[in-house]
Design a protein around this ligand. Structure first.
Ligand code: 3H9
Length: 712
């Protein structure tokens, strides 16, 4: 038997322990070990029942995701799944009660293994789920067939299409878990198994037959799920595939439904969508491993924090700390500014409460962690200060000089600047080793990305502390270098440049936004600007002009500044790239004025506006991102292409099923991307210049991801 699966007899029960750290993933030897152990227990006269349990902190977090890379074709997958299905049937046919004892997580294949057991017991803090859809696949080990039989189609559909884990108590109410164990899980599971042996009770999920009424209700739930996915799963296949598999299970006998599941799983596992999502799964875990920051670098536990500036960003950052249970001082220059900031925070929490995501008591408790102040009193007690004052170099320098005096020498001093040079603040503070950027994305309490910007002298401890803190704050922290705009906004400038130029050349604001949302972005570039505020970008441009810089190479459109001068700041003023019903409203309509401005801009540039195909919009915008991403990489401002993909997935909602701008470029083939850059250079001018890294990779026949398993 494999070392990863142990077998022992305890109190007359065969205990099978899966011990494959860190999460007991089902690699082929684990599957094999479980199969052999169950067969042995069935034949073992010393065992009256069988318990399957996980060693360490969890039951089973699913199939080993890396193994999917070895499935190159649908046929590979069909063969492998047929083996897995047969194995689970053998388990289910065990001659003695077989009980899954669940703690931590039973996810994906882990929950499917548990469903093939006769009973499931769990600790009260355990969670169960079918998150496969988040990896672009569907449950492939019988989950689409057994789960609806155990929990009903409606719950199965919810769990399989959303992928969210379910708490033990809810899983018990749904019929997935039979018993919650209070106290020692193994002892409770053994006692439960013995009671079932005594009662000679064995329950096979695959043999549960649904009544006609249950089937009909299930088919109604299928139709409702399909309708909902039209909105939520645009451009994705796996959520639809999982509905089809569950539907097949409602219409056909178990074995036939299982064949359909295998077919659908096989289509999904070799798809680009799944490769992209698997890529992001590992990329997200990779970001925390910074090449020159060893794992044992001391990282401080942040227990108290302060935020300077109670504006939109500062308030959102204070909420982020409070939400994580960290007391935070929130400083602004006067009481009026603080009152405004706190009122916004209160409004945000009220919205959360109205959605049922927080109780009134939780809101009060969380808000009590935010202490407003107009002075630096108490700053000598905090482990970190996040500066979120107005984006102005002099003001920020002054703030850092003050922070250098009022905080402890070991306090981390972070700036939320989105564009300014971190090293300038570091110098001003007099403690450059303690200074770095913590670039949050708006709204800071919602967006998961945190760019951790490394200054010239930032110490490794401060970076390690920031990475640990990001996790505690529920953010994905990505370490980036201190270039202009860092990584996210530097690349965004090229994305926006193309969006503006496409408008001037003949596309409309509505077309560009529609094409990009169809591509999978939550909002197009113009809608995004109207939300973020056209004034924000305009003020940054004004500042850059004053120091002789621009955000991106090439021609710059005047239209954004024209809108700014007209006071059209976006949603908040009731007009921007679109017209809105009223200031603050989201109800928008196209505005013919923008067409006029585009006509004027085109005339000024001496170009004739033309109809632009949707494909050109996607091609230009994604090529601009990949080309600039390549520059960021070769200049060393991002450690890995996958860090850029994470930044775009979490910072701008780049469609996850496309894997991020760098992965997407690889799916097209970098030769195609390079050809496009060359073609655009010939058509539009020298500002389209291939990044040397792009040329080098193409010459070497490589992609951004040299690992062939990731390449598609
Ligand atoms: C599936 O089951 C398909 C089935 O239908 C069967 C078909 C036949 N495989 O996240 P963490 C690694 S699909 C391989 O940092 P946490 C992870 O990469 C699967 N590796 O910990 C990391 O490695 P490293 C369905 C895995 O405590 C380490 O474990 N299941 C897997 O924050 C720690 O992970 C899922 O989608 C895996 N399945 O969160 C669940 N899982 O240290 C995926 C983890 O080298 N997993 N690793 O960076 C999770 O959601 C989280 O890992 C979990 C723990 C919640 C379990």
């Amino acid at each position: 038997m494999s070392d990863l699966v142990r077998y022992e007899i305890k109190d007359g029960v065969a205990v099978i322990t899966i011990d494959n750290p860190p999460v007991n993933a089902l690699s082929p030897p684990v599957w094999e070990g479980i199969d052999q152990a169950v067969a042995r227990a069935s034949a073992d006269p010393a065992a009256e029942a069988i318990v399957l349990i996980g060693a360490g902190t969890t039951f089973i977090a699913g199939a080993d995701i890396k193994v999917f890379d070895t499935l190159k074709t649908r046929e590979d997958s069909m063969t492998r799944s047929a083996g897995t299905h047969a194995l689970l049937k053998r388990m289910e046919d065990a001659s003695k009660p077989l009980v899954a004892a669940i703690h931590g997580n039973a996810l994906g294949g882990g929950l499917e293994v548990a469903q093939a057991c006769h009973f499931r017991v769990a600790t009260k803090d355990a969670k169960v789920g079918q998150p496969e859809v988040l990896l672009g696949i569907i449950p492939g080990a019988g989950g689409t067939q057994r789960l609806p039989r155990l929990a009903g189609a409606k719950i199965a559909l919810e769990m399989c299409t959303e992928g969210k884990p379910v708490a033990a108590a809810n899983a018990q109410a749904a019929g997935i878990i039979d018993h919650i164990v209070d106290g020692d899980l193994l002892a409770g599971a053994i006692a439960f198994a013995k009671s079932k042996a005594k009662a000679r009770e064995i329950r096979k999920a695959r043999e549960i037959s649904l009544t006609d009424a249950q089937k009909n209700a299930g088919l109604e739930a299928v139709a409702a799920a399909r309708a909902a996915l039209k909105k939520t799963a645009k451009g994705m296949n796996a959520p639809h595939a999982v509905v089809n598999a569950i539907e097949a299970g409602l219409q056909r006998p178990f074995d036939e439904g299982s064949v359909r599941e295998r077919e659908l799983f096989a289509e999904c596992v070799v798809s680009t969508e799944s490769k992209a999502l698997r890529h992001l799964f590992f990329a997200e875990r990779e970001v925390a491993k910074v090449p020159d920051i060893p794992k044992d670098t001391p990282a401080k536990d942040v227990k108290r924090a302060a935020v300077v500036g109670a504006g939109t960003m500062g308030g959102g950052i204070a909420m982020t700390y409070a939400n994580a249970g960290i007391p935070v001082l929130l400083k602004d220059v006067d009481q009026a500014a603080l009152d405004r900031g706190l009122a916004t925070i209160r409004r945000n929490y009220d919205v959360t409460m109205s959605k049922g995501k927080m109780t009134a008591e939780q809101v009060e408790k969380t808000m009590a962690l935010i202490t407003p102040t107009t002075s630096y009193d108490g700053f000598d007690q905090v482990d970190i200060v996040v500066e979120a004052v107005f984006e102005n170099m002099d003001l920020k320098r002054l703030t850092f000089a003050e922070l250098g005096k009022v905080t402890r020498p070991d306090a981390v001093l972070a700036s939320n600047s989105s564009t300014l040079d971190i090293d300038e603040f570091a110098r001003a503070s007099g403690r450059p080793r303690q200074v770095l950027g913590h670039h949050f994305f708006s709204p800071a309490n919602v967006m998961k990305l945190l760019e951790i910007v490394r200054g010239r002298e930032t110490s490794k401890d401060v970076i390690a502390t920031s990475l640990k803190l990001a996790k505690k704050l529920g953010k994905v922290g990505v370490v980036v270098g201190n270039c202009f705009g860092f990584v996210a906004n530097r690349m965004l400038a090229y994305y926006m440049r193309e969006a503006y130029l496409l408008l001037e050349e003949g596309a409309s604001v509505e077309q560009i936004d529609r094409v990009l949302t169809e591509f999978g972005l939550p909002v197009g570039p113009y809608g995004m600007q109207d939300i973020a505020g056209i004034d924000v970008g305009a003020r940054i441009r004004q500042y850059l002009k004053s120091i002789g810089k621009t955000r991106a190479e090439g021609p710059q459109s005047d239209i954004p500044d024209q809108l700014f001068e007209m006071g059209r700041y976006g949603q908040k003023t009731g007009a921007g790239w679109y017209k809105y019903d009223a200031p603050g409203s989201r109800n928008r309509t196209p505005d013919p004025l923008i067409e006029q401005l585009a006509e004027q801009a085109a005339a000024k540039r001496g170009i004739r506006r033309r109809p632009i195909a949707d494909e050109e919009i996607i091609a230009r915008i994604t090529t601009a991102l990949a080309n600039e991403g390549a520059r960021v990489l070769e200049e060393g401002y991002a450690a890995r292409a996958s860090d850029i993909d994470i930044i775009y997935a979490y910072g701008f909602g780049f469609p996850r099923h496309r894997g991020g701008p760098m992965f997407y470029a690889d799916t097209l083939g970098l030769d195609t991307v390079l050809t496009r850059v060359q073609e655009y250079r010939a058509r539009f001018g020298d500002y389209w210049e291939p990044a040397p890294l792009l040329e080098k990779l193409v010459a070497e026949g490589r992609g951004f991801y040299s690992d062939a398993a990731v390449n598609v």
